[in-house]
Design a protein around this ligand. Structure first.
Ligand code: CTP
Ligand code: MG
Length: 590
């Protein structure tokens, strides 16, 4: 199911196909396909009807609900906590006017004369001692509690362990880690917050989330990519309208939009509640402003007029909608790549999630023994109508079919399950001729590489560009090696062997690593077993007190930190495998 849409599946499936996948609720093709534009418009409208209110705790719900209900109709209230354990209520009202009415009752915090309040959909609910019992308990309850929480890793691995098939594991990983409804709502609230602030400066501005926040491949906690652009409002382009806004030319040496982004960065620092650690990166090909939003614990990248990035998100979303195996498979691949350090949260000479996703889509375009799973991009372009025409900045043609119901039916759709697809993904790339061939979802078949860069993945919207041009020879070699390792690992599953690192578990994290991670997590009651596990057999300690265990954990951490300088203080590990895992975790700055 799409993370953006709470609606049923949208493809025709044969009986055997449904059986071969999971037992899920499929329905026939819906009468009308809900397009990306419609989904985004709905989320934007929802954000205009919403406010984020900081509260004392989740038990503030009753008071807040009753207080707001005296001014407006509250539709739903979603509770979440940020990284500082502060509590918030994301309140959805019945109408935009409701929000205006509630905001009209807002006041300013009088304590500090240096603070100047900003207009924004982020507010806080003042406690009034002695007023607690003023309101009767409401029959309404929170729609969601702790809606922004990521799944606990131990719990996730426990659940994956209990799955019967690798396909079940892949589906579970997706279901438990994908961006949820509250995560999406908050991302649109951040876009709304900037839009409110900027609309007093620009006549026709819109801020859209793009990338993994909206393309259906985002996981809980993923970064938020935002684009600031002119709103496409055809009424304002109507030449019959006689009065036209006076315009302000941006003068000076640097490109006007670099200067605008500089201004936006300063406004984020001075006028946007929650925005912190603002970094202006203005000399890049696409100037961006990075910031952290402390009220939502989101890291944001804001750029200007990068509509091709938005259309790319739409293309990825569309292909994810086309077949329900696409997103779970991509999640498994993205998570595996992170585990083996092929991807890294920081930019560098390695592959990132976006080109990796194109690799999965490309693999799903290959003919399988019983048919295809995804169409080529060219097929989407060929089926496009006049409503699908989109031209991005620098005349980039982003025209492709938007309504999947208009795509000619497949002669045959492959019925392979997720387990088979994941294994074949690794096998396919283990044999791929990276030296001679480029990956291109445009044709859906390998094409000749136009240059000698180690990895060539064609950007489908700007086909002269390679989205993996940053990837070094060494990283490409590591990619080839890791896909081979992963294929070998999954082969054992296909042979029917069920070890501790069985199926997805061995691809996402080694069993021994899980033990060490658990141990290093302070506050776990069961850590005694893990501590014991780390020591050489001949040094096995007697049963320790809690303080002694804490001291042991500290020792292990110290030993990791001072490994190089104080060799004599090094702990003796049970075996080299455990020691290697400890040092690997240290390297990953766990
Ligand atoms: N993008 C693009 N061309 C590139 C890189 C990125 O069009 N060469 C667009 C894609 O739509 C991509 C978005 O910019 O989804 C954001 O890029 P990035 O944040 O790198 O990828 P995400 O898909 O958001 O993945 P992640 O969860 O890792 O942020
Ligand atoms: Mg992103």
């Amino acid at each position: 199911m799409s993370v953006l849409l709470n609606r049923t599946k949208s493809f025709i499936c044969t009986k055997s196909f449904c059986k071969s996948l999971l037992v899920r609720n499929y329905s026939d093709v819906p009468k009308k396909f809900k397009t990306f534009d419609e989904v985004i418009a709905q989320r934007r409208e929802e954000a205009r009807r919403s406010l984020v209110v900081q509260v004392n705790s989740e038990s503030s719900f009753n008071e807040l609900y009753n207080y707001c209900s005296t001014h407006a109709t509250v539709k739903d209230v979603h509770h979440y906590k940020n990284f500082n354990d502060e509590h918030f209520m994301l309140m959805e009202f019945a109408s935009e006017d409701n929000v205006k009415e509630v905001l009209q009752t807002c006041c300013f915090h009088q304590k500090d004369a240096d603070i100047m309040a900003s207009k924004s959909p982020f507010v806080w609910f003042r406690a009034t001692p002695g007023n607690k019992n003023k309101y009767e308990a409401t029959t309404k309850s929170l729609a969601v509690k702790d809606g922004n929480n990521k799944v606990d890793e131990d719990e996730l691995f426990g659940n994956l362990m209990e799955c019967h098939t690798v396909s079940d594991q892949i589906q579970m990983l997706y279901d438990k880690t994908k961006l949820n409804d509250v995560g999406i709502r908050l991302r649109f609230m951040l876009a709304r917050q900037l839009e409110v602030m900027m609309s007093s400066l620009y006549a026709n501005i819109a801020i859209y989330p793009f990338g993994s926040s909206v393309n259906g491949f985002g996981k809980m906690g993923c970064d938020l990519d935002l684009v600031l652009t002119n709103n496409v409002n055809y009424e304002l382009l109507d030449t019959n309208r006689r009065l036209v806004y006076q315009e302000k030319k941006c003068e000076g040496g640097r490109s006007p939009w670099q200067r605008h982004m500089e201004l936006v960065g300063t406004l984020l620092e001075l006028r946007v509640a929650g925005a912190a650690r603002v970094q202006k990166i203005l000399n890049a090909r696409v100037p961006i402003v990075k910031y952290s939003h402390e009220l939502t614990s989101l890291d944001c990248d804001l750029c200007y007029n990068n509509m091709s990035g938005v259309y790319m998100s739409e293309l990825l979303w569309l292909l994810g909608e086309r077949d329900q195996r696409v997103r779970p498979l991509t999640f498994a691949v993205r998570r595996w790549a992170r585990t083996v350090s092929l991807t890294n949260p920081h930019p560098g000479r390695w592959i990132t999630n976006f080109p990796l996703t194109l690799m999965v889509l490309f693999f799903l375009q290959q003919r399988r023994h019983d048919g295809f799973i995804l169409p080529s991009f060219n097929k989407l372009v060929a089926a496009a109508g006049k409503d699908d025409i989109r031209i991005a900045e620098e005349s980039v043609n982003c025209t492709f079919l938007r309504d999947l119901n208009k795509l000619p039916a497949d002669s045959s759709r492959s019925e392979d399950n997720l387990e088979t697809l994941l294994y074949h993904f690794f096998e396919y790339y283990a044999q791929f001729d990276f030296q001679e061939k480029a990956i291109s979802i445009v044709e859906g078949v390998p094409i000749r590489k136009p240059n000698s860069l180690p990895l060539y993945i064609v950007n489908p919207l700007e086909q002269a560009l390679n989205v993996s041009r940053n990837v070094s020879f060494e990283e490409c070699e590591r990619l080839k090696m890791e896909v081979r390792n992963a294929a070998w690992h999954l082969e054992a599953v296909l042979d029917g062997k069920k070890t501790e690192d069985w199926g997805l578990l061995g691809l996402l994290e080694k069993q021994s690593t899980r033990g060490v991670k658990k141990l290093l997590r302070v506050g776990h009651n069961h850590r005694l077993v893990s501590v014991k596990d780390l020591f050489a057999e001949d040094e096995e300690p007697k049963r320790k007190t809690d303080q002694q265990i804490d001291a042991s954990v500290k020792d292990i951490k110290n030993a990791m930190v001072t490994k190089k300088e104080t060799k004599e203080r090094q702990l003796k590990f049970k075996n080299t495998q455990v020691a290697n895992e400890v040092y690997r975790i240290k390297r990953n700055k766990l």
